[in-house]
Design a protein. Sequence first.
Length: 346
Amino acid sequence: MSIRNKYQYNPKMRNLRIIAEIGQAHDGSFGLAHSYIDSLKNSGITDIKFQVHIADAESSKHEKFRKKFSLVDKTRYDYWKRIEFTEQQWSSLFQHCKKNNLRFVASPFSIKAVELLKKIGCKTFKIASGEVNNYLMIDKITKLKKEIILSSGLSNFGELDKCVKRIKKKNINLSVVQSTTEYPSKVENIGLNVIDEIRRRYRVPAGLSDHSGNKNTLLAATALGAELIEFHVTFDKNSYGPDSKSSIVVSEVKELIDGINYIKKCIFNPVNKSTNRINKKIKKLFSKTLAVNKDLFKGHKLMVDDLETKKPGNLGVSAENYKKVLGRKINKNLKRNSFLKSSDLI
């Protein structure tokens, strides 16, 4: 079967879901975040997505910049801290989307962020690709029985299989999207072929979370039957921030021939998802290590409520192994935010 026939558009697919990700484009400006909602409300999108970063719960001084773009923030932690919103501000953004019949989608990056989103009434949680092995956080989300969109960018199929199985056990409304954690993504690495592989492998709605910043990528994904397409948005590709060059602007228009050539190139550059070779170098920057969220004394028996997960993922017990530490005692006093190591356990 030819690639063209294999990925033929299926007219029986449900209506396309179009998710515009504001992400960090607001750069910590509450007013700018609201302006993005106003600018997109009549564009025909169905969802607006944010990222909920709470520096103290998510990050540490060890987290390095993926891309050193900031002359303002000394560390990645400082950046997350500067762009944080309060619970009241998040609630306001949620209500603004609701008022304009736009679904509010959010990616939490800590347990504290999950709890905040629960409080404001978030109904759709996006699990970022760096969190696929963060079972502590994923289990917290599945207990809420809310819709989940799972991103595959930093994972191979072996890791995705485990995560999807874990979520499906809870009878959650799940979608899985192909993505490439490369900003901006090269056209040869987008992997539009993986959309159909995901759909057949997991029997769930499948789509594309795009970081190419190229409108033609989204047109191609739609032509191949994607049920979700997600893309970063910006008012200007020269705007301050890490994702501007990877984003779509309203005024971006391409000649039809460019679109045709771009779609052709996407179709005939299938990606081998089993190796995920592109992301090995930066994968550890997105993974998490277990940490304690309060001061604990020697002899304390660890419970799930004692734990948080922090970047990077190579400073102790991995977040995916959190159940292995539950019920075990610590052999010394641990300060709040300390990374948890195997040598700390009895």
